[in-house]
Design a protein around this ligand. Sequence first.
Ligand SMILES: NC(=O)c1ccc[n+]([C@@H]2O[C@H](COP(=O)([O-])OP(=O)(O)OC[C@H]3O[C@@H](n4cnc5c(N)ncnc54)[C@H](O)[C@@H]3O)[C@@H](O)[C@H]2O)c1
Length: 364
Amino acid sequence: MTNGLNSMPEGSAKGRKRLGYAVLGLGIGMAHADAAYASDNADLVAVCDKDPGRLAKATEKYPGVTAYADFEELLRDDRVDIVSVCLPSGMHADFAVRCMEAGKHVLVEKPLDITPERARRIEEARLRTGMRCGVVHQNRFNVDMTPIKQAVDSGRMGRLLLGTFAVKWYREQSYYDRGGWRGSWAMDGGGSLMNQAVHTVDLMQWLMGEVESVTSTMGICNHRIETEDMTASLIRFRNGATATFVSTTCAYPGISTEIDLYGTRGSVEADGDCLKTWRMMDAEDEDAEEAAMLEAYGGGNMKAALSDPARKFGHDHVVEDMICAVRDGRDPEVMPADALHSVEIVHAVYQSARTGKTVFLTHE
Ligand SMILES: NC(=O)c1ccc[n+]([C@@H]2O[C@H](COP(=O)([O-])OP(=O)(O)OC[C@H]3O[C@@H](n4cnc5c(N)ncnc54)[C@H](O)[C@@H]3O)[C@@H](O)[C@H]2O)c1
C-alpha cells in the first residue's frame, strides 16, 4: 500500500518526502491542480480525464505532468499519494473508494456523493483502508466564518433561535446543457440545492447543529432540467432552533448567499464571505465592536488575502490542508463524516418536497 509517510527520501524539504498529487476530472479539478502545482509540500505528478481536450490543456499548463485518459492507469502510478476526485457528483463514491483501496489518500469534491447511502460508502472505505480522506467544503474557511463560528461555539450569541439562509444564484440554461450530467437526478443528484447550495447547507449544519426535520417545497421554475432550480424549506434542529433555507439558480444575475443567525444574546448576518451585521449584547460598545468587525471581516476573502498574502482561501486552502494532513499524519479539516449530514439534509428536502410531508432525519 502506498503511504507517503512511510517512504520519504532523504534530503527533501524538512526531511520529508514531497508528496505526489493527482487530479481526477479537469473541470473544477483545475483549481485543485493549480493548488497542488503551487504547493511547497507536494508535486502535481498526474492528471486524469477522459476528455482529450481537457487533458491537453492541463499538460500544457503543467509541464512534466503525466496525463492519463484511463483511471486504472492512474491507480497503478506509484508516485501518486493523493488523488483529488473531481468527477460528476454521482461518481464520487465509486472512484474515491477505488482510490482508497489502491492505497491512495483522497480529497473528494462536494457533495460527498448524491445519496446518504453512497456517501456512507466513502466513510466506510476510509475506516477500512486507513487512508486519509478529506472533503471540499471550502466555505468553512471563508474569512468571516472564523469569528461567526467562535461566537456560536463560545456561547456569546446565547441560545440559537433562528437562522435564515438564502442562496440566490443564477445559472443560464447553457450551464446545464454544457455539462450533460448537471440538473440530472442520476449524476447531479438534484439541482440548486444539491449542487450550488450544498455549501451553505454545510455551513448551516456546522453552525446550527444536527437537523431534526425538514418541510420543503421545490420547483423547476426557469430551466429545462430534470431536477429543481428552486427549493424552500423550514428546518428544525435537535437543539430547538429553527431555520428557513431557500436555494435557487434563477435569481438573475446572481444576487447573494445570505447566512443569518439570531441568538438570545446576539445576531450575525453575512453575505457569503462578507460579514454584514455583528451585534453582541455583551459588547462593551456594540457600535464600536460592530464597526471593527465589519472593517476586519466585511471585505471578504479578497481583502483578507491582500493584507496577508500567505493566507490561502478556497481550493488553495483545502488542497494544502489535505497535503499537510497526509504529510503530518493527521486528519484533514473536513472529513466524510462531517460532510455526510449535508447530503442527508438535501436528501430529506427532496423527499419532503416530493411527498408534501415533513421528513424526520434519523440519527444513529
Ligand atoms: N467546491 C466547489 O466550489 C465546486 C465547484 C464546482 C464543481 N464542484 C464539484 O466538482 C465536481 C465536478 O464538477 P465540474 O463542474 O468540474 O464538472 P465537469 O463536468 O466540468 O468536470 C468533470 C470532468 O470529469 C471527467 N470525467 C467524467 N468521467 C470520467 C472518467 N470515468 N474518467 C476520467 N474523467 C472523467 C469529465 O470528462 C470532465 O472533464 C462535482 O461534484 C461538483 O459538484 C465543486
